[in-house]
Design a protein around this ligand. Sequence first.
Ligand SMILES: Cc1ncc(C[n+]2csc(CCOP(=O)(O)OP(=O)(O)O)c2C)c(N)n1
Length: 185
Amino acid sequence: MKRIEAIKIIADKLEKELVVCNIGFPSRELYSVRDRPENFYMLGSMGLASSIGLGLALSLSIAKRVVVMDGDGSILMNLGSLVTIANQSPKNLTLIIFDNESYGSTGGQASYTAGKTDLVALAKAAGIKSVIVVDSPKKLSEAYKKSEKELTVIVAKVEKENADVPIIKISPEEIKTRFLKAVKN
Ligand SMILES: Cc1ncc(C[n+]2csc(CCOP(=O)(O)OP(=O)(O)O)c2C)c(N)n1
């Protein structure tokens, strides 16, 4: 499964959910498949999409669902986030980690999920009960459906390839302003 296919599967299902998307190509791919004010393209802070998503999910309680689209390299950079997510356990949070076993946005250097590190085991060891690994569009759709009921981490195995998509045309300020407006609505 290509990452952009996986992103499209989720994007097609979105209604009012807030999305925090990882830096680099994942954000560009989401922007190109379905731009919406509820998407926060996190353009600078690698590793922090899951932490931003957790904060949002906690502050909004169960009023709105939050979907984080993260990368394996970014989650490996901020493993403490998994521990905090597990212990806070907001029901309205779905964390999807697109695992391409590499730093795809900066040249495809191998990450440690290509080595000895098992993201599913890490998430479970952090205390997250619902951790689902998927490697096909059908399994991703099923996992996403299940994730509506409880805090879930979905590890979606994807190919290394980045899609040929343009850069995001809206400014960081506009991304933030329209997102905050969407949060308040
Ligand atoms: C603190 C920090 N270190 C490094 C970078 C450069 N950088 C931007 S995206 C990226 C790769 C992200 O890899 P991953 O999270 O696995 O996502 P992928 O692009 O593979 O989907 C890197 C190294 C950065 N923006 N910030």
